[in-house]
Every structure is written in C-alpha cells, then in structure tokens.
Design a protein around this ligand. Structure first.
Ligand SMILES: [Ca+2]
Ligand SMILES: [Cu+2]
Length: 177
C-alpha cells in the first residue's frame, strides 16, 4: 500500500514536471510583455510605458527578470498578478522594489529606464500561489492568466488623480497566452 502510494506520487511529480517543460517550451523559456495604461483594469490615461522580460531556467526552478519603465512618475511597486486580461487579480510575485513583498516610498519622482531586475523562485510566490511549485506560475503564464503591472503613488491625499498617482496600477501587460 505504501509502495503504491509512493509510485503514485512519483508519477504525479513527473507528470507535473513534463507539463511545466511543455509550457516552458511553448515560449522557449522567454516571455515578455509591453505595459501600457490602456491595458490596466480599469483603463488609465497615461504616457507611461514599460517592458517586462522573463527568462525561465532550463530546469524550470528559477526565473530571471528585467522590468523597464519610462515616462513614469512615483512608481512604488510592481508585480506579477494572476488573472485574465479583463480582470484585476491577486499578486503572486513582487518585482519592484524587489522580490520581498514590501512597497517602496511614495512620491519617488520621475523614472526612465530599468526599474527592477533580479531572480525569483518558488520561495517568492505569494497570495494564491504561496507554497506552490514554480510550474503553477508558468502554467498560468502559458495559458494567458498572468500579467505584470506597475503601481504609482504621489503620497498626496486623493487617489487616481492622474499619471504618477494610480495606486491600483498605472501600466499593465498580459503575459503568454
Ligand atoms: Ca495621491
Ligand atoms: Cu501589481
């Protein structure tokens, strides 16, 4: 009985690994997206733009990322969220200021260029993916159910007052799909 259980677990693990490998192969280990205000939910009127690039390691255990943002004011956090292109979903990975789930200061001013770069692993998954294997994130990306966004906050009373003050997200881009 115990042996049969173990075999079941091993088969399950290898099926999951194979599924992740297929998902990675689907975009050759590289995936990216262009971020604009018009892709935010709701739509945000801003000239800010961004580009996010991800490279999944061959063994599927880590992801290198680079996030570029331009014409943006007061960026204070950026994430990968889970969700289809028409919904605002939960945070699953922090990208900026870093992979630790802590926002940056408000009112940080103008930014043009690389906003964040680094590496994350399954240990950095939060929210509904906390404790999950990285393959669950890769599956979400492959099925178009993940996106990147950058949030802004001027630190002054009133929210969504214009570019540089969209705490719920100013620019966004859908991944994979
Ligand atoms: Ca404000
Ligand atoms: Cu976010």
């Amino acid at each position: 009985m115990r042996k049969r259980y173990l075999i079941g677990v091993l088969v399950g693990l290898s099926v999951a690994a194979a599924a992740a490998a297929v998902a990675v192969a689907a975009f050759n280990g590289n995936v990216g997206t262009h971020l604009k205000g018009q892709y935010e939910v709701p739509f945000r009127n801003t000239d800010a733009q961004g580009q996010a690039m991800f490279r999944i390691s061959d063994d599927g255990r880590s992801v290198d990322y680079k996030l570029i943002a331009s014409n943006i004011d007061n960026a204070f956090m950026a994430h990968i969220h889970m969700g289809a292109s028409n919904v605002a979903g939960p945070i699953v990975v922090w990208l900026y200021p870093g992979t630790t789930p802590v926002p940056g200061p408000f009112g940080s001013g103008r930014h043009d260029g690389v906003l964040a770069e680094g590496t994350f692993t399954a240990a950095n998954l939060v929210g509904p993916l906390a404790g999950h294997p990285l393959s669950d994130l890769i599956d979400a990306i492959a099925s178009g159910n993940a996106y990147v966004n950058v949030h802004t906050n001027d630190g002054v009373d009133g929210t969504n007052t214009g570019p540089g003050d969209f705490p719920g997200g100013e620019i966004r881009g859908q991944l994979g799909g």
